[in-house]
Structures are given as structure tokens and as C-alpha cells.
Design a protein around this ligand. Structure first.
Ligand SMILES: Nc1ncnc2c1ncn2[C@@H]1O[C@H](COP(=O)(O)OP(=O)(O)O)[C@@H](O)[C@H]1O
Ligand SMILES: [Mg+2]
Length: 343
């Protein structure tokens, strides 16, 4: 039976330590995202040469694609201290004042889930990002006054899965705005082989590729599946992960052949069965599966587009021929396949 959440891109309970051991530390160990890496390495190199703080960076993209990893890599490559917080943790202006007033010159300050900052905390961040100053209230009552303290130039790195929820003024304060995309199978295969080396697991190319295909384009899921297949290989096979071993293990865990998770499947079945392949609008899909339209657009749809299961048209989403085939469903009232048969 499918274990709950095994192919969910979200970080799971107890996974943090495991992830930390597999996290690349240098840009050259970070597989894929070639264009983004090139842009970053130029900025890093330029900042290093000038001995200045690098521009602020906003990273966005679905969960598990490497945003936190990149933030730590940037700090390592710049050879500066790294400090981390997140939108939900920063509940009060005072928390942010504390962090900002002890910031080191050129250091990296990473704010995860930056779309979840409270409005007054966000506003305070504007001044820090733009003018490198922090406003603090001195004294109490009628005699209280605001002092504006200068702080050293630093690099803020924001991460978000929901670009649409980052306000324009906040986004505008980041010099670099970079999007992470889902990974291609060959890239994931490489990531899996690297992780296997670190975990000291024997795996061949085909075994790694099988896991890669089922990882939903997501390194976090790839590493998680590798761990489970390793268990299976050690207990039920002779410890080596080959394609048949990976297949049997992942079938047992009910991991879809393309790594589709429950929501992906609901989206596809809605388009295919309920709307006969579309076109159907994103809001209609959202309402039928009880999800937010923006979440579908920013978190789920990119993978389905990359797989070639849906197309975006001006009139809405349309299922492709490969989606009909994969789900083994026939469109109603159309000749099967829409194409002339050859026999
Ligand atoms: N490009 C990559 N190469 C190798 N491993 C990666 C890569 N991207 C992500 N990972 C691994 O995937 C896991 C999740 O990455 P993380 O940075 O936490 O994702 P995010 O912050 O975007 O949710 C980490 O264990 C990390 O080591
Ligand atoms: Mg993260």
C-alpha cells in the first residue's frame, strides 16, 4: 500500500537530518538548473572580487527543488556567515530587529517562506534591504522616539514556493529573482548516484534511472525513494539496486511510474474524465478537487506540463494524447486517439 506522503514534495517529519547529509555544499556539486547556476556564479564571483555584499536573491519554485540548499551554497561560496529564519517564525518586528542589529558585514540572511511574513515585519524588512538601516523604538510612552540605525551591507536570500503571494514592493527589492524548475531524468539520475555514493549503497545506472523517473522531477523525492529502495535491496535482494530491484520496491510502495502524487492524479482525472480532456479553466479544476487555483498553477501544473500530460491553451487546460494513454481512458464521443487509424 502507498505510504502516506512518500511522493509528497513537502519536507517530512524526521527528514531534516537525512537531507543535511546529502546536501551539496558547493555550486559545482549542485546538479542541473544550469542557467540559474551560471547567473549565480557570476554574481558570487563579482561580489568576491569587489569584496562587497552580493545582491539580494529571491528563489522561487516548488518544494524540494533545492532552494534551501542554494542559500547555504551561496554563503559557502562567498565564504560568509549564514543565518536562517522563516516567514512564519518571524512573528514580531522585535524578532527581526534583533537579527538585523547583529548582522555581520556581507553575511547571508536566509528567509524561507518569505511569502508568509506579517505586513509590519515585511515593511521593516524593506528599509533593511534597500537602505541597510533598522528603525528601533527607544523609550516608552510619549517620550518614545524612533532611531534609525545603520547596519552593515548584507545579502538577503528569500525563498518561496508561492511567487504569486510575494508582494510587488518586496519582490522589487531583490536584485536577482530566480526560478527553479523541475529536474530532468538524467539530472535526477546523477543526483541519485551521488547520494548513493554518500550513503554507501551499490546502485547501477539503470537502477538509478528507474528511481529518477518516479521522483516527480524533485531531488527531495529522489533521495527519499533511494532510501526506501536501499532498505528493500538489503533485505530482499543482495544489496545492489538494479532496475528490477528498484521496480519491485517502488511498485510495492505504490509509487507511480511517473512519480505522480495524489493531487497530480486528481487533476489529471478531473480533466480527462469529468471534462473529457478539456479545455477546462484552472478555477474549475481547482473547485472540483478542492485546492487553491494558485497552488495548482505554481506547485502542481509545472510538473504536469513538463511531463507533457497537459497543454495550456487560451481556453483552458487540455489533456494530451500521452495523458489519455497513460491513464488508459478513452475520450467520450470521439474516435479513439483523434487520429486516423492505420489498420
Ligand atoms: N541540484 C541538486 N543537486 C543535488 N541535490 C539536491 C539538489 N537540489 C536539491 N537537492 C537535495 O534535495 C533535498 C531538498 O532540497 P532543499 O534545498 O531542501 O529544497 P527546497 O528548499 O527547495 O524545498 C536536499 O537534501 C538536497 O540535498
Ligand atoms: Mg527549503
Amino acid at each position: 500500500m502507498r505510504e502516506k506522503g512518500i511522493i509528497s514534495p513537502a519536507l517530512q517529519e524526521g527528514e531534516r537530518q537525512f537531507e543535511a547529509t546529502l546536501r551539496p555544499k558547493r555550486l559545482e556539486e549542485f546538479t542541473g538548473q544550469a542557467k540559474l547556476k551560471e547567473i549565480l556564479s557570476i554574481s558570487i564571483e563579482a561580489a568576491r572580487r569587489r569584496g562587497e555584499a552580493m545582491d539580494h536573491v529571491l528563489l522561487y519554485g516548488p518544494p524540494g527543488l533545492g532552494k534551501t540548499t542554494l542559500a547555504t551554497i551561496i554563503a559557502q561560496e562567498l565564504d560568509v556567515p549564514f543565518e536562517q529564519t522563516s516567514g512564519p517564525i518571524l512573528q514580531k518586528k522585535l524578532d527581526l530587529t534583533g537579527i538585523l542589529s547583529s548582522i555581520q558585514p556581507q553575511q547571508v540572511f536566509f528567509i524561507d517562506e518569505i511569502h508568509r511574513l506579517l505586513p509590519d515585519v515585511e515593511e521593516m524588512l524593506y528599509a533593511a534591504l534597500e537602505d541597510f538601516r533598522v528603525d528601533i523604538l527607544v523609550g516608552t510612552g510619549p517620550g518614545a522616539r524612533t532611531h534609525s540605525l545603520p547596519i552593515p551591507r548584507f545579502t538577503a536570500i528569500g525563498a518561496t514556493t508561492r511567487q504569486g503571494l510575494v508582494s510587488a514592493p518586496l519582490r522589487g527589492r531583490f536584485g536577482l529573482v530566480l526560478r527553479l524548475k523541475h529536474y530532468e531524468w538524467p539530472e535526477l539520475t546523477q543526483i541519485i548516484k551521488r547520494s548513493a555514493r554518500i550513503l554507501d549503497v551499490a546502485i547501477d545506472d539503470e537502477g538509478a534511472e528507474e528511481i529518477a523517473r518516479r521522483s516527480r522531477g524533485t531531488p527531495r523525492i529522489a533521495n527519499r525513494l533511494l532510501r526506501r529502495v536501499r532498505d528493500y535491496a538489503q533485505v530482499r535482494a543482495d544489496g545492489v539496486i538494479t532496475r528490477p530491484v528498484a521496480q519491485t520496491a517502488l511498485d510495492l510502495l505504490e509509487v507511480d511510474r511517473y512519480g505522480l502524487d495524489e493531487i497530480d492524479q486528481k487533476i489529471m482525472l478531473t480533466i480527462l474524465e469529468k471534462y473529457n480532456g478539456g479545455p477546462v479553466g484552472i478555477n474549475t479544476i481547482a473547485a472540483s478537487i478542492d485546492e487553491e487555483a494558485a497552488t495548482i498553477e505554481e506547485v502542481y501544473e509545472p510538473y504536469l506540463l513538463q511531463l507533457g500530460f497537459i497543454d495550456r491553451t487560451p481556453r483552458g487546460r487540455v489533456a494530451t494524447q500521452s495523458a489519455w494513454e497513460y491513464f488508459g481512458i478513452q475520450p467520450r464521443g470521439r474516435r479513439s486517439g483523434n487520429q486516423p487509424t492505420l489498420f
